[in-house]
Structure formats: structure tokens, C-alpha cells
Design a protein around this ligand. Structure first.
Ligand code: HEC
Ligand code: HEC
Length: 203
């Protein structure tokens, strides 16, 4: 766990010196997004908690996920089908489009927010859960040219699903097992609380 925490701290340090890079054409991406609207919304703000919001997400992260749905490295039947026919250019354009949209933030459950914030900012040293802010930043939005997703404002239901999937290692597309390692010891109750806190988190 010490290694993981040190790594998280190192990531935080590296992230400060980097900035987002445009990877595709947002207008072309919008034209290609018609098949995505039913679930992710016209502007990437989905209405249902099981479908992630994509608006304002880091383009490099979105493109990585689409490539990995396409290859099956991130297993999801719906998204595998949606990504199957996309070229690398389509993926970069779609990622650029959603990254350019404005995220609609959510609200935390008042009963869970204190416990959720404590885990997000401090982890749980007894159980061996690292602070999420070490990699995802104090406001849930770090500027990194790749693989650290912005979490703030995401649906709690989706965030919780991903935490369970990392914990069971069903989702294993995280570089160096960073999220599997972070989720190993988190409890169901802690997942619910931190996911709710993240839903209400605003930069
Ligand atoms: C029928 C509903 C549906 C449609 C249509 C759909 N998606 Fe998804 N999408 C999902 C679901 C469900 C997930 C979460 C999968 C999981 O749990 O791993 C997801 C996840 C994603 C993610 C990962 C987000 C993240 O934060 O990791 C991206 C990117 C994405 N979709 C892009 C697209 C694009 C681009 C299209 C259109 C080409 C599309 N989706 C069409 C349901 C849909
Ligand atoms: C050591 C660094 C690190 C720590 C600590 C960490 N994460 Fe992550 N997290 C990542 C990386 C890297 C990814 C992207 C994985 C990928 O490439 O698909 C990620 C992805 C995620 C995702 C998926 C987002 C999406 O849109 O699908 C969620 C949810 C998440 N982290 C929540 C958390 C929570 C909650 C904590 C604290 C309990 C935490 N993370 C701690 C590095 C970290």
C-alpha cells in the first residue's frame, strides 16, 4: 500500500506540469455522434445513472476507452457493439466532441457526503484504501494528457458500478493496475459514499 500511495503522490506531481491536447475534430465528432445520443444525450450529459456522462471529459481518456471497448480489453456488450465500426479517426473526433461539451454537475446525498469526502481526500488507512485525490485531484478534474479521467459530477450509479468492476478485476484496462489496486480493499458502503460525493463534486 505504501508503494501505491507514493505512486499516487508522484502522479499528482507529474500532472501539474501537463495540459490537455486536442486530438480530433469536434465538429466531425458531433456529426458522428447520432448513434450515441439515445444513451449519452445530445451533448454528452446522459439522463440515466447507468450511462456515464461524457461531456467535458478528457479527450485522451475518452479515446482510450473507445479503443478498448472496440478491442474488448474493456468488456461491455453494449459499448463493444457501438465501438466495433469506429475507425481511429472516428474515435478521436468523437472524443474531441464530447470533451468540448459542458458538463452538468450533480448533487451528493447529504447523508453520505461527509463519509464520501473523507475517503476521497484521505482514503482509509485501516482498510488500505488510498485517497482518490492523490490521482484524480482535489476537485476531481486533473489535466493530464491521457489516462486520468475527470470524475467530478459523474453519476453516482455509474461510478459505483466501475468501482465494483475494478475491485473484482472485471474491468482491468487501467494502466499498471492503478484502479484495481485502489479498489481492492474498499467496502460496498464506502463505494456508495464516495460515489455520491463525486456526483456532487464541483471544480
Ligand atoms: C444503448 C446505450 C448506449 C449507446 C447507444 C452508447 N453508449 Fe457509450 N456507454 C454505455 C454504457 C452502459 C457505458 C458504461 C459501460 C461500462 O459499464 O463499462 C458506456 C460507456 C461509454 C464510454 C466510457 C465512459 C467513461 O467514463 O469511461 C464512452 C467513451 C462511450 N460510452 C462513448 C459512446 C459513443 C461515442 C457512442 C456512440 C458511438 C456510445 N457510447 C453509444 C451505453 C451506451
Ligand atoms: C494510483 C492512482 C489512482 C488512485 C489512487 C485512484 N484512481 Fe481512479 N483511476 C485511475 C486511473 C489511471 C484511471 C483510468 C483507468 C483507465 O485508463 O481506464 C482511473 C479511473 C477511475 C474511474 C473510472 C472513471 C470512468 O469514467 O469510467 C473511477 C470511477 C475512479 N477511477 C474512481 C476512483 C476513486 C473513487 C478512487 C479513490 C477510492 C480512485 N479512483 C483512486 C487512477 C487512480
Amino acid at each position: 500500500m505504501k508503494t501505491l500511495l507514493a505512486f499516487a503522490a508522484a502522479c499528482g506531481f507529474l500532472l501539474i506540469s501537463t495540459s490537455a491536447v486536442a486530438i480530433g475534430d469536434p465538429e466531425a465528432g458531433q456529426a458522428k455522434s447520432t448513434a450515441c445520443i439515445a444513451c449519452h444525450g445530445a451533448d454528452g450529459n446522459s439522463m440515466m445513472g447507468e450511462w456515464p456522462k461524457l461531456a467535458g471529459q478528457h479527450a485522451g481518456y475518452l479515446a482510450k476507452q473507445l479503443r478498448e471497448f472496440r478491442s474488448g480489453e474493456r468488456a461491455n456488450a453494449i459499448m463493444r457493439g457501438m465501438a466495433a465500426g469506429l475507425s481511429d479517426e472516428d474515435i478521436n473526433d468523437l472524443a474531441a466532441f464530447y470533451a468540448s461539451q459542458t458538463l452538468q454537475f450533480g448533487e451528493a446525498d447529504p447523508d453520505l457526503v461527509a463519509q464520501g469526502e473523507a475517503i476521497y481526500r484521505g482514503g482509509d488507512s485501516v482498510r488500505g484504501v488510498p485517497a482518490c485525490s492523490g490521482c484524480h485531484g482535489p476537485a476531481g478534474r486533473v489535466n493530464a494528457p491521457g489516462n486520468f479521467p475527470w470524475l467530478a459530477g459523474q453519476h453516482a450509479e455509474y461510478t459505483a458500478t466501475q468501482m465494483h468492476a475494478f475491485r473484482t478485476m472485471e474491468r482491468h484496462n487501467d494502466i499498471n493496475g492503478m484502479m484495481r489496486g485502489s479498489a481492492t480493499n474498499i467496502s460496498d458502503e464506502q463505494i456508495e459514499a464516495v460515489a455520491s460525493f463525486i456526483q456532487g463534486l464541483r471544480p
